[in-house]
Write a protein that binds this ligand. Sequence first.
Ligand SMILES: [Zn+2]
Ligand SMILES: [Zn+2]
Length: 343
Amino acid sequence: MKAMLIKRITSLSEDKDPLIFEDVPLPFPAEDEILIKVSACGVCHTEIDEIEGRAKPSILPIIPGHQVIGSVVEKGKSVEKFKTGDVVGVGWIYSSCGKCEFCLSGLENLCPDFKATGLDANGGYAEFMKINYKFATAIPEELKNDVVSIAPLLCAGAIGYRSLSLTGVSNESKLGLSGFGGSAHLVLKMAKYKFPGVKIYVFARGENERNFSLELGVDGAGNFNETPPEKLDAIIDTTPVWRPVVETLKYLKPGGRLIINAIRKEEIDKETLLELDYSEDLWKEKEIKSVANVTRNDIEKCLQLCAEAKIKPETQVFSLQEANKALGELKEGKIRGSKVLII
Ligand SMILES: [Zn+2]
Ligand SMILES: [Zn+2]
C-alpha cells in the first residue's frame, strides 16, 4: 500500500519534504484488530512536533496521522463489534492499559501506558491502517457520508471538546480563545451550541484568523496584546508558543482558568515566561491547566454533539502525496479551517 512516512527527525524550515511517499506492506490485523481502508485523514500540528522531534515517535519509520476515517475491510476472529463496510474513526488514542487507576477512573488519556496513533503505532497517512477494535469509534449515521468533515473532529474536535469541558464554562461565561486554528474554530461552534449565552473573544496574531473568527460569529477579536472589553472566566490556548499565554493571563477574572491545549510548546520564545507578573497574571487563584490526549469518551461525545448541532469544520483538502505541502502551510500559519488528506 502507499503511505507517507516519517523516516527521521528533521526541521520543517530546512526540509520542505520531510515525509517520504513509499510502498509499504499491507498491515495484517491480529485477533482483536480491524483493518481499515482509510478514506480521509486530518492534518494536525502534532505531526510537525513529531517530525521536528518535540513529540518523538517511539518507532521510525512511522506513518503519522491520528484523525482517520475509513471503513472496516477485515477483522480478527475475536473482534466483537463492527462488520465489513462499517465506517469507523480513529483518534489520538491508539490504546491504553485498561487496568491502571487512570483507566479505571475514566482518565485513560493519562494512562502511563497510553499509546498514540501515528506516534507509537502507524496512523492514517496511508491507504490502510489497523487498530484494536475497542479503540475505533463507530461514526454516527448522520455523519457517515461526509468523511472530509468528520476527520478533523477526531482530534481537533475531540481535544477541543475536552478543553471546553476542562474550562468549566457555563451559559453566562466569557471565554477567550487564544489562537484560531482547527481546534479553536470547532470549540467556538461547540461552545455556542452547548452554551448559547456564552461570550467568546478570539486572540490571534493574523488578521485573516481574526476576520475568519468574526465571520463565524465571535463577540470580539484582537491581537494577543489587545485587552478584551470584559474579563474572562476561562481561556483556551491552542498556540504552539509561550507569548500568548503570558499576554492573556491578565485578562482572566480572579479564579479564572487558562487551559493549554498543546502537546508541546516550541522553545523559541520560552524566555517570555520571565515576563510573568505574579500579582497581575497569577495571583487571585488563577489557574493554568494543560489538556493531555483524549479519551474514547471525548471522541464519542464530540461526534454526537457535532452530529446533533450539525457542526461541520471548515476544511481544505489535499491528496496523500500533498501531505508535505499541507504541513508546510500549517507551519507557516496559513490556516483557514482544518487540512484533510483524501486518500
Ligand atoms: Zn491532533
Ligand atoms: Zn491505564
